[in-house]
Design a binder for this molecule. Structure first.
Ligand code: COA
Ligand code: NAP
Length: 279
């Protein structure tokens, strides 16, 4: 398909952009001509992502930092702005997840997911705001169906992503007069990702997921990226504060159905090993 969006000379920062969906987003902007910066904790993942993104011809920057550490996030964003100029697009997608019951999850385990997903998103948006092009910048948070659908073994992610949705909508309200749009993309089950490997680790559970999606398949990182390319373009100039599912219709009810299978685990904790969880 020919490139429908031209981001030549634009600057894009993707927090958590070194693997999975977020890397797919970073790649899509790079292919569309943007200068792209990515950030995550693992230096080897950052280096690999930078090497791959550089093949598209734009400038690429990588930062090894934890989104829970405000000063490190702020330094990375300031550095990207120094190199690229004001940021046109800021994507916040770093997240952590594992299946675990609320009754056995430790306080620190709950806090780790709240810290990465919710505090991390706040840090990225808070530190990023000063470096955004005003007017004109677009901010995109990466949420999840858990933000509105209660799911067993997801008390941490449900709580964190619900917070991400409200953070997104609140910033949209506060930043609108500065000409900054803030929206969330809510991916459904995306093929080949760490997230789905953790939540649907067996072929049987994968099939349950597929069966519970109205479009009857997993989505791709490219399909999430396509929505981001549109959302940060002039084609979406009147869209802000929106929470947009890109999920094959999964959030219409299927997501909850799929997790009915997981509910069996609540009554049979011995089954939890099958979901790759430790407690
Ligand atoms: N079940 C229950 N508790 C778990 C767990 C699991 N599968 N995995 C980790 N924890 C607990 C740990 O035991 C620890 O709690 P404790 O101190 O009471 O023992 C707490 O979570 C924090 O673990 P730690 O490994 O120190 O956290 P971290 O901040 O280094 O890593 C995670 C964060 C746990 C979310 C890790 O899985 C991660 O880095 N994930 C990123 C990739 C990912 O999740 N991708 C999918 C995105 S949707
Ligand atoms: P992934 O590949 O594990 O991506 C997570 C990214 O965040 C990685 O680059 C990871 O790199 C980084 N990261 C994790 N913790 C971090 C931290 N503390 N600080 C900085 N970076 C950190 O997962 P994914 O499955 O593609 O998920 C990507 C996003 O989509 C997440 O927001 C997730 O909630 C959302 N989502 C996914 C699905 C799905 O089907 N997979 C569905 C709905 C929503 P490092 O390990 O190097 O830090």
């Amino acid at each position: 398909m020919s490139q429908p969006f031209d981001y030549s000379g634009r600057s894009v920062f993707v927090a958590g952009g070194t693997s999975g969906i977020n890397l797919g987003i970073a790649q899509a902007y790079a292919r569309a001509g943007a200068n792209v910066a990515v950030l995550s904790r693992n230096q080897a993942k950052v280096d690999a992502a930078v090497a791959g993104l550089s093949e598209h011809g734009g400038s690429v920057l990588g930062f090894a930092a934890d989104v829970r550490e405000f000063d490190a996030v702020a330094a990375a964003l300031a550095s990207a702005r120094d190199r690229f100029g004001e940021l046109d697009v800021l994507v916040s997608g770093a997240a952590g997840n594992f299946p675990a019951l609320a009754t056995t999850m430790s306080s620190n385990a709950f806090n780790s997911v709240i810290g990465i997903d919710l505090l991390g998103t706040f840090n990225v948006l808070r530190a990023g705001y000063d470096h955004l092009r005003k007017p004109g910048a677009a901010v995109i948070t990466i949420s999840a169906p858990q933000s509105s659908i209660p799911m067993p073994m997801q008390v941490h992610a449900c709580s964190a992503k619900a917070g991400v949705d409200m953070l997104t909508r609140t910033c949209a309200v506060e930043w609108g007069t500065a000409g900054v749009r803030v929206n969330a993309v809510i991916p459904g089950p995306i093929t080949g990702t760490e997230g789905m490997m953790r939540l649907a680790p067996t072929p049987q559970i994968e099939q349950l997921v597929t069966d519970s999606v109205p479009l009857a398949r997993y989505g791709t990182a490219q399909e999430i990226a396509d929505c981001c390319l549109w959302l940060s373009s002039p084609m979406a100039s009147y869209v802000t504060g929106a929470l947009i599912p890109v999920d094959g219709g999964w959030s219409l009810g299927g997501a909850a159905q799929m997790f009915t299978e997981m509910r069996r685990v609540v009554d049979n904790p011995d089954l939890l090993a099958g979901y790759g969880s430790s407690s």
